[in-house]
Ligand binder design. Structure first.
Ligand SMILES: O=C(O)CCC(=O)C(=O)O
Length: 254
C-alpha cells in the first residue's frame, strides 16, 4: 500500500486514511540485528517490562503466577535501552518524514509507546478497538506513531487493523466503554469496524498512524513471537498538558 508514492503522497495518504504503510523503511539486516537485541533482552527479562498479566486483556494470564504469567507484552523505555533503538528512533528516515508531515520541528515522546512491542503465541492477548490518544494529553490531538515491523505481520500473528478515515470522525464518548475501548455492542460501531483493513507488513516495513485512528490487533496464532518497535512523535509546538502523564518526561527534540 502506498509503496509507489513519494513522501508527500504518503503524507497525503496518512492525512486522508489515518495510516500509511512505508515499505522497506529500514534494511532487513538492520531489522534482524534489532530483533536479535530484543530477543536477548526478552530472554533476560531485562529492564522495565510490561507483562500481559499487567494488562489482563482478553486471553492474557490473570496474574504473574498463572500459567504464562511471565509473558512479556512490552519492553518499555526503548529509547533508554540501547543505542540501537535510539538510532532508529532518531533516524533521518523517520525524522525527515515526520517533520514534513508536521511542517515543524518535531519531538519524540518518551512517555507514549517508546517500546519494543512483542506478541507471543498462546498467551499474547488481543487488543480491542481504541484510539491511542485515549490516555494522552497534548494541546492538540495530533501525534503520529511509527510501528516498525521486525518480522512479517499478518492477521494470523496479530497484525494491526485500522479503520480508514476514523482519525477525523467525531465519535462521542458514549461510543467508548469506561476503559475507552470502542464498544462492540452498538450497531454504528459494528458497521464502522467492518470497514477495517489489516495491512501486511514485512521485515523493515513500517506503518505510520495518527493518534486518533481507530485500531485493534488480534491474538498471535502463529508459533513465533512477533516483534515491533514503536515510537510516537509530535510537533515541538504541540506541548503536553502540564501535570499530565504526557508531560511526565521531557520529549526528545529531533
Ligand atoms: O499489538 C497489539 O495488540 C496492538 C497494540 C496497540 O494497539 C497499542 O499499543 O496501541
Amino acid at each position: 500500500m502506498a509503496g509507489y508514492l513519494s513522501n508527500r503522497g504518503q503524507i497525503e495518504f496518512l492525512r486522508r486514511y489515518g495510516f500509511v504503510v512505508i515499505p522497506g523503511l529500514f534494511p532487513p539486516n538492520l531489522c534482524e540485528i534489532t530483533k536479535y537485541t530484543a530477543r536477548a533482552e526478552l530472554a533476560q527479562l531485562k529492564g522495565a517490562i510490561e507483562f500481559e498479566s499487567d494488562l489482563r486483556y482478553l486471553g492474557a494470564p490473570q496474574s504473574r503466577d498463572a500459567p504464562g504469567g511471565n509473558t512479556v507484552r512490552r519492553l518499555l523505555d526503548a529509547y533508554a535501552r540501547s543505542e540501537m533503538y535510539r538510532t532508529l528512533a532518531k533516524s533521518t528516515e523517520i525524522r525527515n518524514w515526520v517533520e514534513l508531515y508536521f511542517d515543524e520541528h518535531i519531538a519524540l515522546s518518551l512517555v507514549h509507546h517508546n517500546c519494543l512491542m512483542t506478541k507471543h503465541p498462546t498467551y499474547g492477548s488481543l487488543t480491542g478497538w481504541h484510539r491511542d490518544v485515549r490516555y494522552w494529553a497534548f494541546e492538540r490531538s495530533d501525534l503520529v506513531s511509527v510501528w516498525l515491523a521486525l518480522g512479517t505481520e499478518t492477521e494470523e500473528n496479530g497484525a494491526l487493523r485500522f479503520v480508514p478515515g476514523s482519525h477525523v470522525l467525531d465519535l462521542s464518548d458514549k461510543r467508548f466503554d469506561e476503559s475507552k475501548f470502542f464498544r462492540d455492542d452498538i450497531s454504528e460501531n459494528i458497521v464502522l469496524m467492518s470497514t477495517a483493513i489489516s495491512p501486511i507488513l514485512n521485515l523493515g516495513d513500517a506503518v505510520f498512524f495518527h493518534c486518533n485512528t481507530l485500531h485493534s490487533a488480534g491474538k498471535n496464532l502463529s508459533n513465533d513471537i512477533k516483534f515491533s518497535l514503536v515510537f510516537t512523535y509530535h510537533s515541538v509546538n504541540n506541548a503536553p498538558v502540564p501535570g499530565t502523564r504526557s508531560a511526565s518526561k521531557l520529549g526528545v527534540p529531533l
